[in-house]
Design a protein. Structure first.
Length: 161
């Protein structure tokens, strides 16, 4: 049996030595040129530079191995913004469309002013879904959500704290 007190104490000490876990809410999405929208962005993807998948390599006697593909630089994920009474998100969408629909952004682990690390993403565009309105729902703010498409090539931002 491996779950002895002494062994588990060693495992716990190793885990604790790695430090506190990163908290999902401690992040900020900042579109370049639309920095005020960082305060309304509820949900966004954080990119990870990894393999784009596997390449199957056939071998003798029906065997097969795998080889890594090139790094995946095209990404997509869910994004959501809280709407305001004055329509800040709708204005953001209209401005994006009027300016070609694409933008760059930064993602911070922390805030734009104080962060442990960050990621630069480029050539972003967002496909927004239609908003659900419900007369019986008096307890939820309006969210505009959709899918953001972008490129991440490993351009990281060193932390400032």
């Amino acid at each position: 049996m491996i779950s002895t007190g002494n062994y588990l104490k060693t495992v716990l000490g190793t885990v604790q030595a790695m430090g506190d876990k990163a908290i999902s809410s401690d992040g900020m999405f900042v579109p370049v040129g639309y920095e005020d929208m960082r305060l309304l962005c509820k949900q966004f993807p954080q990119p990870v530079l990894s393999s784009n998948g596997e390449i199957p390599i056939p071998g003798p006697l029906g065997t097969e191995t795998f080889q890594s593909q090139q790094a995946k630089i095209n990404h997509q994920g869910q994004i959501a913004f809280y709407e305001t009474e004055d329509g800040h998100v709708q204005n953001f969408i209209r401005s994006l469309q009027a300016n070609g629909g694409r933008f760059d952004a930064a993602i911070y682990h922390g805030t734009m002013e104080q962060y442990k690390r960050g990621w630069r993403i480029t050539d972003c565009f967002i496909q927004f879904e239609d908003v659900d309105r419900d007369w019986e729902n008096r307890s939820q703010v309006i969210l505009l959500s959709g899918t953001i498409f972008f490129h991440y090539t490993g351009d990281d931002i060193p932390g400032n704290i």
